[in-house]
Design a protein around this ligand. Structure first.
Ligand SMILES: [Fe+2]
Ligand SMILES: [Fe+2]
Length: 346
């Protein structure tokens, strides 16, 4: 596989070559140098000091020309939170903390591309929707307010895409290109929109559920990445921190123009269960709105079928069986109605 290595320090090149060659061909591009050999396939790997604004500006300029390369792997040393956010804002699709992790990542990308050879190429809607999503998350990570316009733009792109090509295509593409919370929210939105379209919601209702799904875990943008991306079980304290995200999301969005009470309800209550065992408010039965019930089903299903570096995605029928086993917590008639969407026969 071709790996275009963009760096600000030529001294970083030998180490990358030592890691990736001879399995992969490394094509170096020094920041500010000639990039004419860059093509539209392969992987772009970026190891640039993102604390240096002039370098970030140079990089941004380069990246404008590279939108056609779908995989953008950034090295962020020590996974500094603000630099990770910066990398995402610049379009990173994967982040590693040390150059030597590149060998595994590039192999994963290569395998995913091989497996997805027959899948449709990502369309414009996908790219624009994902970019709007990325910018929304990065802004919140950096402490800026939520841009509702970004959320709405991302949602409408996802609605177009799922409506046009079906949910399965969307899920395959998102799982190939993104990871972590970001992938999760893209998946939940696709699933929720697919669900709403399948059960014949009006356009306005599809948009409402889609926007709630887009924003449902926005509070996680304020949870440390070390907890969010921890490969494996969380301890009790970490669990407690992560369980704050619905209230954090609610507080981030409360009073923001364009955010309706039902969106706030979805963000705050998507972890509530009909039997009262959910959080943060322990709501029961009729206290949980229809929109929230749909969102919760979509959320659990998407979480189960996510691909993570440390575990393969659960097959869709198995994930659906888990939903079916959550009787008393989820609305049975909705879980039944979700069957076609879950199994991919929509
Ligand atoms: Fe959540
Ligand atoms: Fe979620």
């Amino acid at each position: 596989m071709l790996v275009y290595f963009v760096t600000d320090e030529p001294t970083k090149l030998p180490a990358i070559r030592a890691v990736l060659e001879p399995q992969h061909a490394v094509v170096p591009w020094l920041l500010g140098g000639d990039g004419t050999r860059i093509r539209s396939h392969g992987v772009l790997m970026v190891d640039v000091d993102l604390r240096q604004m002039p370098r970030v500006d140079q990089l941004r300029f380069i990246l404008q020309d590279l939108a056609a390369i779908p995989e953008k792997l950034f090295v962020v040393h020590n996974l500094s939170r603000s630099m990770v956010a910066q990398a995402h804002a610049l379009g990173a699709t994967s982040i590693i903390s040390r150059p030597k992790e590149a060998i595994l990542k590039v192999a994963q990308i290569e395998a995913a591309e091989a497996a997805a050879d027959s899948a449709a190429a990502p369309g414009l809607d996908m790219d624009e929707g994902v970019a709007a999503f990325a910018s929304m998350f990065s802004n919140v990570r950096l402490g800026k307010p939520v841009k509702v316009a970004d959320a709405k733009r991302a949602t409408s792109k996802i609605i177009n895409r799922v409506g046009r090509d079906g949910l399965s295509t969307w899920l395959d593409e998102v799982r190939r290109y993104h990871e972590g919370t970001f992938q999760h929210c893209l998946l939940v939105t696709g699933v929720a929109v697919g669900f709403a379209l399948d059960i014949g919601f009006s356009g306005a209702d599809v948009s409402r559920l889609g926007l709630a799904a887009t924003l449902h875990d926005i509070g996680k943008a304020r949870i440390p990445l070390a907890i969010l991306d921890k490969p494996g079980r969380l301890d009790a304290e970490e669990e407690e921190i992560i369980r704050r995200h619905p209230v954090i999301g609610y507080d981030l969005l409360r009073g923001v123009a364009g955010i309706t009470p039902e969106i706030l309800d979805g963000v705050r209550h998507h972890h509530e269960y009909l039997d009262g065992s959910g959080y943060p408010d322990g709501l029961k039965d009729s206290e949980i709105s229809d929109l929230v019930r749909l969102l919760t089903i979509s959320d659990i299903f998407a979480a189960l079928i996510e691909s993570r570096p440390y575990r393969p995605p659960m097959p869709r029928p198995d994930a659906y069986q888990i939903l079916c086993g959550m009787e008393g917590k989820l609305e049975g008639s909705l879980v039944k109605a979700f069957r076609n969407v879950a199994l991919g026969s929509e």
